[in-house]
Design a protein around this ligand. Sequence first.
Ligand code: AMP
Length: 411
Amino acid sequence: MSSSSQVLVLNCGSSSLKFAVIDPHSGCLSLSGIGESLGQREASVSWKCGGERQSAILPANARHTEVIRFLVDEVLSQHDKLRDQLVAIGHRVVHGGEKFSHSVLVDDAVLNAIQECVALAPLHNPAHLQGIEAASAAFPDLPQVAVFDTAFHQSMPRQAYIYALPYTLYRDHGIRRYGMHGTSHRFVTERAAELLNLPVNEVNIISAHLGNGASITAVHNGRSVDTSMGLTPLEGLVMGTRSGDVDPGLLMHLGSRMDYCLKEINDLLNKKSGLLGISELSNDCRTLEQAATDGHDGAQLALDIFCYRLAKYIGAYHAVLPQVDALVFTGGIGENSSLVRQKVIQQLRGLGYAVDDEKNIRARFGEEGPINTDQSAVTLVIPTNEEWVIARDAAELVPPDTPNHDPSSRE
Ligand code: AMP
């Protein structure tokens, strides 16, 4: 591949737009930034290029279109060379339903399919559609590529993705487990295969993506065979503000006995639970670690439950996989919290896991590698890089007649 091509990666959330310009060959980041508080009075944008940080206030109520216009008119205009090297735009799309098991070039059929999945991702998919529309208008010559969070999990077998509900809910309404964070789990799978010196299609791992949102995936022969998130990102592990698994009977109890309406139940489970809800202090793992050290009981309990529940899922995924080549920690907590890793591995000692304390401490702050003792089950820390996956997929899908197209990118 030529080293001169660059991809603009866009991640449009409901009130934010993250952007990055990335070399798809090396993963090197030339420019990154974020538009925040979109649709609100105090909308703003900040960015970093070549070590220099800048920020600007956007017009009140500015949305994704205004951020992309600002990016073109004010940011990229200062970096002509970068602008000229762009070969594609890669969009993170949260939900692709059952239609997409790979990244695709955006056309009308793809836009319609993303629209059809709005019911499954009501906050995210409309924002992605706005972002794609704005980027197509701002960069009419460049191909737009959609990279789906759900795609990696489309390899799950039926027994893993069908809920034990009346089958008609799946057949007629698409209610099933889809999983999220697929781009991160895929990156980690490919990187783990490299570190373990195995072909990707022979690697078996348990990948724990632990950030503000958290999910865990069982990977067999390089393919996702089970994952903890379901129809929505609420199922599974304890998260920053999300409950993860609860007894579904709780919802009836809250509604019929405690007069909660649907919106209140939604807020409770998505925004007020998890680490924040248990600790009554914070959803931030760093704050909780410090508070627990200072004797805060709620912080200690939140961390204990987070780690215990995660260890239970890891145990379950040992039952899912015929063999496990490595347990992998990634995401903000997985990459940085030696305490969480240590507690989880301690809980898993019956399965042959043991942490090497020195390696575990050293694996903080973006360092990659094994953290297990010589005789114990392999445990890796791998910093995730979803933007790079999006840039790589986008570069690979660039049609030959695109400006700056590099034929070697289809290797
Ligand atoms: P993410 O959503 O992947 O950005 O991860 C956010 C989470 O990572 C937050 O809970 C942070 O507290 C946590 N995190 C980031 N750095 C550290 C650290 N050094 N130690 C513990 N947790 C961290």
